[in-house]
Structure formats: structure tokens, C-alpha cells
Design a protein around this ligand. Structure first.
Ligand code: ADP
Ligand code: MG
Length: 212
């Protein structure tokens, strides 16, 4: 596989053969963008894809678009940012919006343990509380279950205070699948899926980065 830093789009395309990834199209102009929006439907998300912008939201490069009226406006806003910051643009990603809880899945190559899987719940609290769990790869579904239960906030996944229980069975399968990737691609140094969005019925990767 290609060495170096994989953009979000490249990482998502790589991941597609292992785990569910949100539907997306990379577009180069408004006409292509409208065609993509037509096939994906609203709501959707527009993102600046550029090697110059690793953290897209820091440059306001991620926009939720609720309907057709906002679409052209938000597309133009992103193009204005690209121009103003003089970014090298790979394209604008038109991506399906996924409702649900934001989770984090990561891989890291440790000098002693080899590849390690990280799991956490997204948002500021996971950073604040360091609420994450780790296992050496590959893991089993039982390990995945233990990793989930180790989190202080695990109740958020199983129907906390009347909210619907999320599709934890799918999550476990996804965790196992991610943990098996380094067995096939040992050259992966780091992978950061942030977030994987999970709801009661489905779950998709909506953003990823990778270092090979
Ligand atoms: P970055 O991490 O580069 O700033 P992301 O693609 O992760 O950009 O988008 C930033 C945030 O926007 C995500 O953490 C998530 O909260 C939200 N988001 C992005 N894409 C989607 C999507 N397809 N569906 C739902 N929420 C999304
Ligand atoms: Mg992200």
C-alpha cells in the first residue's frame, strides 16, 4: 500500500472493504455537487478535502446542509474559504449525514505490543476524563464487549435515561474488523476513525485519518 499520510477520503476508501463507511462523492464543481446531493438526498454534509487542512472543522470546512436552499450557499462558503486560505483542493466531499452517537476507534503501532486498538466515546468528555480503553490487536467480540464496559460512560450506548439502545452488536463487529486490519496491513502506523457514528439501526465511519 501507498506510504504517507492518507487524507480523510483516501482513508475512508481504504476502510470501505472492512467496515461501513458513510456514502460519499468527491466533486469538483457545483454541477457535480448538485448531482451528488440529488443521489444522496438531504440532510448531508459538505467537507473541504485538502492535504493543507487535516482538521477540517478548525477552518470551518465542515457544513451540515439541511435542504436544497442552503446547499448552494454552503458550497460557496467552502469555496470562499479555499480561495482565501489558498488551499490545494482535492475536491469537496458530499457525504450522507449520519444521526447518532459519536465514537472513536483508533489503531496505533506500539514498539513493544505491536498494534493496539483504542476505543472511546467522542466529544469533549472523553478527552477530559480520558475515558478510553485499549487492547492488543486482533480482538474477539468478547474483548470488544469488555472494552465497551470498561468505559465510564458505557451506559450512554445501552439506552441511558430512556434514550434508545444503540446497535452495540454492530459496534462490536466493527471493533473486531478494525482490530484485524493490521494483520493484513502491518505497515499501518496509525489510524484514527473519529467519529464512527452509531444509532439504533446502523453505524458508519464519517471521518478517518491514516499514517502508513
Ligand atoms: P475534522 O475531524 O477533520 O474536523 P469531521 O469530518 O470529523 O472533520 O467533521 C467534524 C464533525 O462534524 C464530526 O466530529 C461530527 O461531529 C460532524 N460530522 C461530520 N461528518 C458527519 C456526517 N456525515 N454525519 C454526521 N455528523 C458529521
Ligand atoms: Mg474528525
Amino acid at each position: 500500500m501507498k506510504k504517507g499520510v492518507y487524507t480523510d477520503l483516501e482513508a475512508e476508501d481504504f476502510l470501505q472493504s472492512f467496515v461501513p463507511v458513510a456514502k460519499h462523492r468527491l466533486v469538483q464543481d457545483m454541477k457535480e455537487a448538485e448531482m451528488a446531493a440529488h443521489s444522496l438526498g438531504f440532510p448531508l454534509v459538505l467537507k473541504i478535502i485538502s492535504k493543507d487542512a487535516v482538521h477540517k472543522s478548525e477552518i470551518h470546512g465542515v457544513r451540515l446542509v439541511k435542504n436544497h436552499i442552503d446547499f448552494a450557499h454552503e458550497y460557496q462558503n467552502l469555496m470562499d474559504i479555499v480561495k482565501k486560505k489558498n488551499l490545494h483542493l482535492d475536491g469537496i466531499l458530499v457525504q450522507e449525514f449520519v444521526r447518532g452517537k459519536e465514537l472513536i476507534l483508533g489503531l496505533k503501532k506500539d514498539a513493544v505490543f505491536g498494534h493496539v486498538l483504542l476505543f472511546g466515546i467522542g466529544g469533549i468528555y472523553s478527552e477530559l476524563l480520558r475515558d478510553v480503553s485499549f487492547r492488543v490487536c486482533p480482538i474477539t467480540e468478547k474483548d470488544a464487549e469488555a472494552m465497551i464496559e470498561e468505559l465510564k460512560m458505557h451506559a450512554l450506548l445501552s439506552g441511558f435515561r430512556g434514550s434508545a439502545a444503540l446497535h452495540v452488536k454492530l459496534l462490536k463487529k466493527v471493533m473486531v474488523a478494525v482490530s484485524k486490519i493490521p494483520g493484513k496491513y502491518p505497515e499501518i502506523q496509525e489510524m484514527d476513525i473519529n467519529p464512527f457514528v452509531l444509532n439504533e439501526k446502523k453505524g458508519f465511519v464519517v471521518d478517518a485519518r491514516m499514517l502508513v
